[in-house]
Design a protein around this ligand. Structure first.
Ligand SMILES: C[S@@+](CC[C@H](N)C(=O)[O-])C[C@H]1O[C@@H](n2cnc3c(N)ncnc32)[C@H](O)[C@@H]1O
Length: 268
């Protein structure tokens, strides 16, 4: 079982490469719709962790929600500020590390979109981040995040092979082709990805390396439970389908309180 590799969106695989990120990414309308609908249902104040260039933060603010975007990358935030000014929305932008942030306020909803949790490499830091999220959530608040459903065919690809990712026209009007290869380390569960950018006369004129930790479905459930989270929903895609073996993503909606209890039906 598994989903086709070609269906994997590439947006979330780019770490801090602000220029490339906005240059080549085609917005995922389903993701924007999914998060904005949830946000309008779940509260007024939203914290977007690892907000990047404001891909979701800005649509959320356009809905009249009170939004804060936090990211470690100044260049991503520069783009986000410019875009939010052009869109005429007010957003609180914060340059911080989501592993140890302390904003001294709580939110109705915290989101971490675009597989951002996968940029945290070790388990201690993942737990630290989850603790920080908990501290910043209101008692009835929800934390929503998406990660990939690990694709074994993709992780086990031949590292010597290169695969086409995308092509785009850059600021110098050149057609840039992007290819990738990857090596998956089964000990650390980190997928080491290399992106190769080429133009006609200069192959590989730029090379980016990024790491994405893989979370297997039973593992992430255990991590959440161990750290005091209750899973309300796990969707398998942004159309709201239930998570299954073939799903491209694991999209969790979790909270700190207990799951609602239903009255037991007694016979007789
Ligand atoms: C894949 S992008 C996702 C951006 C956005 N959430 C989206 O859906 O388009 C991951 C973002 O996480 C940010 N990031 C990575 N590590 C971080 C950290 N330790 N603290 C805060 N932001 C971080 C990167 O700078 C980048 O903007």
């Amino acid at each position: 079982m598994g989903y086709p590799m070609t269906k994997q969106p590439f947006r979330a695989r780019i770490a801090d490469n602000s220029f490339t990120y906005d240059h080549i990414y085609n917005p995922d309308e389903a993701a924007v719709k999914f998060y904005t609908q949830l946000a309008s249902r779940h509260g007024h104040s939203i914290l977007d962790l690892g907000c990047g260039s404001g891909y979701l933060t800005i649509p959320l603010a356009k809905q009249g929600l009170k939004v804060t975007g936090l990211d470690i990358s100044p260049s991503m935030l520069d783009i986000a500020v410019t875009k939010s000014q052009a869109a005429g929305v007010k957003i609180g932008w914060i340059e911080e590390n989501f592993i140890d942030f302390n904003l001294k306020q709580q939110f109705d909803m915290i989101i971490m979109s675009g597989c951002t949790l996968q940029y945290i490499e070790n388990i201690d830091q993942i737990e630290q981040c989850l603790e920080r999220v908990k501290k910043h959530l209101k008692p009835k608040g929800v934390f929503v995040f998406d990660i990939y459903n690990p694709s074994l065919p993709l992780l086990c690809r031949d590292p010597e092979e290169r695969y086409y990712v995308t092509s785009y026209i850059d600021a110098f009007n050149r057609e840039v082709t992007v290819e990738e290869n990857n090596i998956y380390d089964t000990v650390t569960q980190i997928n080491h990805i290399t992106w190769y950018y080429s133009v006609d006369d200069t192959p590989d004129y730029k090379v980016d390396v990024l790491k994405m930790r893989q979370f297997f479905p039973q593992e992430i459930r255990h991590i959440l439970k161990k750290n005091g989270w209750t899973i309300d929903h796990c969707f398998g895609d942004f159309n709201g389908n239930r998570f299954s073996s073939d799903s491209p993503r694991q999209i969790f909606m979790v909270k700190t309180g207990k799951k609602s209890k239903w009255p037991r039906v007694r016979n007789g």
